[in-house]
Design a protein around this ligand. Structure first.
Ligand SMILES: CC(C)(COP(=O)(O)OP(=O)(O)OC[C@H]1O[C@@H](n2cnc3c(N)ncnc32)[C@H](O)[C@@H]1OP(=O)(O)O)[C@@H](O)C(=O)NCCC(=O)NCCS
Length: 173
């Protein structure tokens, strides 16, 4: 279900619950600053207005349990393929993790990207979040490069973020 400008409050409330369950231990302030900055109405509207980007709520049993966003044509430095799509965010509520929803969403995006002629999907993932890191590995993503997040409130030992990518095969059918 696409996220609309009028959904900014719903998205904020969702992430105020979902984000700390996965990441509060990474932050001095339990992630409050991050959630308020990323999910302020202003930032949500800015992200919604980006051309070539898509932002969706994830529904499970008619309940909004997560969200994900991707950006067509955003490129990873050092990869030469022309047609790349970046998965910018994917967050599922803790109560619905491990049920195959993430896998389904990634497969859906991969299929969509292939049909549009895209060759690469890539994303940033934090090394110290094994749940996400292992998930992407399992889905066939491989390491490309890494950076360190500059946020002061983020504990130093969890700042490493890797860029991982997957080459999309040609459609065989
Ligand atoms: C990371 C996330 C998107 C994964 O989605 P999910 O629906 O929980 O994962 P799935 O149930 O689809 O799992 C897919 C595969 O990854 C594997 N996997 C998932 N979590 C894993 C873990 N912690 N360790 C090892 N493997 C894992 C599963 O075993 C499964 O493999 P299988 O198909 O062989 O059984 C989701 O858990 C999430 O939103 N987590 C919190 C927020 C977050 O960290 N987001 C990423 C931001 S970059």
């Amino acid at each position: 279900m696409p996220i609309l400008a009028s959904d900014s409050e719903t998205l904020f409330r969702l992430m105020k619950e979902v984000y700390p369950l996965a990441y509060s231990h990474f932050w001095v302030d339990k992630g409050d600053w991050y959630v308020y900055s990323q999910y302020s109405k202003e930032n949500i509207l800015k992200e919604l207005s980006v051309e070539n980007a898509a932002y969706y709520f994830v529904l499970y049993n008619d309940e909004i349990i997560g969200n994900f966003r991707f950006v067509w044509d955003e490129k990873l430095a050092g990869l030469s393929e022309e047609k790349q799509v970046k998965l910018h965010r994917i967050y599922l509520h803790q109560k619905t993790q491990g049920k195959g929803i993430g896998k389904k969403l990634l497969s859906w995006l991969e299929e969509k990207a292939k049909q549009k002629g895209y060759k690469i999907i890539w994303l940033d993932t934090m090394d110290e979040q094994p749940q996400a890191f292992e998930f992407y590995k399992k889905m066939g993503y491989t390491y490309h490069s890494h950076t360190f997040l500059p946020f002061d409130l983020l504990h130093k030992e969890v700042r490493k973020m890797s860029q991982v990518f997957k080459k999309l095969d040609k459609i065989t059918h």
